[in-house]
Design a protein around this ligand. Structure first.
Ligand code: ATR
Length: 485
């Protein structure tokens, strides 16, 4: 059946900044875009300010909006996460026909997406939970998009998303991630990695500032240099911009007038909660989330500031450390810690994928994160290569290329953690990532002792290196060992 030209290929519900920028991106790429917002003001503003950028069909009721879409209808919801999203999904589902596709482009919790997909597919419609990264700018000029949901719906939706996504070497930063909640899960972990990435950059800045005594403008130059090498990434680039900014009012570096309490919207916390449930140590991400929480613990920080004993502190000069060498050591510690954060994030994605039978291909993620999103970085090409060479890689750290890199990084990494400790400067992600690394490669772990303790107080039993089976020592008896299985 041919359809009239006047119908829209895609619709956007919710025209706050993200929604209207996404709608404009579709329109600028030649699609007719149906737009609807609960209150008419945002719809009118979009048409008045940007109506000339392409073909928009504004509607003022959900029914008219749905009627303005060609079949199978495709509608992206960009409203507040939670109850608002549920309300809009239901309104759309009531007005749509079997085979139509509802896409949630918000930052939904993946378990909500799994639930919604079940409910919507039971009504004969397709539901796609799509993670969209890149912020307002990305939504307008090319985001990285992580759609989940049924593979079948990607056939109809994929080309549309590919047309608006960021492109790297001609490859669009979007692909079908996997069924139901896979897209939102992966977006969640992306954000978790982003937390760790930002924190390690923060720790590097802190050391250059307070260990090496460099000024923000000088540090900005260091980050610019780093951005020309292995660390080339969006976040390093914007860090240099932030550090160069001078406050117009006071003439001070802007960084010095910003309150040092980091906000968060919750995706980092979700990443850690999910990792706890899956039993995956995402220590870098966890420390990054906790570091933000600690920064906001104002009362405790005020009580502790200049009040808790420091022990004997050192200085770079006191330790006889050359500043230039230290800067290079910090760069290496940052790179190594970042590698750990990515390795842990990919571990979580693999565990989530196994748990939910999503069959997520890590290469897809590294590919579509190369552009559009906040963690875009040159180094993601290396991750694609690592998984190309060995799709079953036990850990990214074990890839021959990254292993080689770690060989050149690890001495610096250790020196930086030791120095930071001696200077009394906090480096939670640098230090915990190094401990993770040393735990992973350890011949023996104190877990044997923990098993002994558990057996002592709770008869939880232990396994032996030299024999099969479960064993218990009669701790409160004659301390002989019995086999328990
Ligand atoms: P922002 O803070 O950027 O404006 P927001 O508060 O998260 O974003 O809201 C985003 C969108 O969700 C808005 O388009 C809002 O519609 P209104 O402009 O009418 O407020 C929409 N939204 C929020 N709750 C909604 C609901 N229950 N039903 C439909 N749309 C809703």
């Amino acid at each position: 059946m041919t359809q009239p030209d006047s119908l829209a290929q895609i619709g956007v519900v919710g025209l706050a900044v993200m929604g209207s920028n996404l709608a404009r991106n579709f329109a600028r790429n030649g699609h007719t875009v149906a737009v609807y917002n609960r209150s008419a003001g945002k719809t009118d503003a979009l048409i008045a300010e940007h109506g000339s950028e392409g073909r928009f069909i504004p509607s003022y009721t959900i029914e008219d909006f749905v009627a303005s879409l060609e079949k199978p209808r495709r509608a992206i919801i960009m409203v507040q996460a939670g109850a608002a999203t549920d309300a809009v999904i239901n309104q759309l589902a009531d007005a749509m026909d079997p085979g139509d596709i509802i896409i949630d482009g918000g930052n939904a919790l993946y378990t909500d997406t799994i639930r919604r997909e079940k409910e919507i597919s039971a009504r004969g419609l397709h539901f796609v939970g799509a993670g969209i990264s890149g912020g307002e700018e990305g939504a307008l000029n090319g985001p990285s998009i992580m759609p989940g949901g049924p593979a079948e719906s990607y056939k109809s939706l994929g080309p549309l998303l590919e047309s608006i996504a960021a492109k790297v070497d001609g490859t669009p930063c979007v692909t079908h991630i996997g069924p139901d909640g896979a897209g939102h899960f992966v977006k969640m972990v992306h954000n978790g990695i982003e937390y760790a990435d930002m924190q390690v950059i923060g720790e590097a800045y802190h050391l250059l500032r307070y260990a090496a005594g460099m000024e923000p403008a000088e540090i900005a130059e260091v980050f610019r240099e780093w951005n020309a090498g292995d660390l080339d990434s969006y976040l390093i680039g914007i860090t240099a911009e932030v550090l160069s900014q001078v406050d117009a009012e006071t003439g001070k570096p802007l960084i010095d007038v910003i309150v040092d309490e980091a906000g968060q919207k919750g995706t980092g916390r979700w990443t850690v909660k999910a990792a706890l449930d899956l039993g995956i140590p995402v220590t870098g991400i966890g420390e990054a989330v906790f570091a933000r929480a600690l920064s906001g613990a104002t009362a405790q920080r005020a009580a502790a500031r200049d009040n808790l004993p420091t022990g004997t502190l050192s200085t770079l000069a006191g330790r006889g450390v050359d500043r230039e060498a230290f800067v290079e050591d910090v760069r290496r510690a940052l790179f190594a810690s970042k590698l750990v954060a990515y390795a842990q994030g990919f571990d979580e994605i693999r565990a989530g994928s196994d748990e939910h039978n999503w069959n997520v291909d890590p290469r897809d993620l590294a590919t579509i994160w190369r552009g559009g999103c906040i963690i875009r970085a040159k180094f993601l090409n290396r991750i694609v290569e690592a998984y190309n060479e060995n799709p079953d890689l036990e850990s990214l750290l074990l890839d021959p290329y990254f292993k080689g890199e770690l060989g050149t990084l690890v001495d610096s990494w250790r020196r930086v953690v030791v120095l930071a400790t001696e200077l009394g400067l906090p480096v939670p992600v640098f230090a915990s990532s190094l401990s993770y690394y040393d735990s992973l490669r350890a011949e023996r772990l104190p877990a044997a002792l923990i098993q002994g303790q558990r057996d002592f107080f709770g008869a939880h039993t232990y396994r032996r290196l030299d024999r099969e089976g479960s064993f218990h020592t009669l701790w409160s008896g004659d301390r002989t060992e019995v086999r328990t299985d």
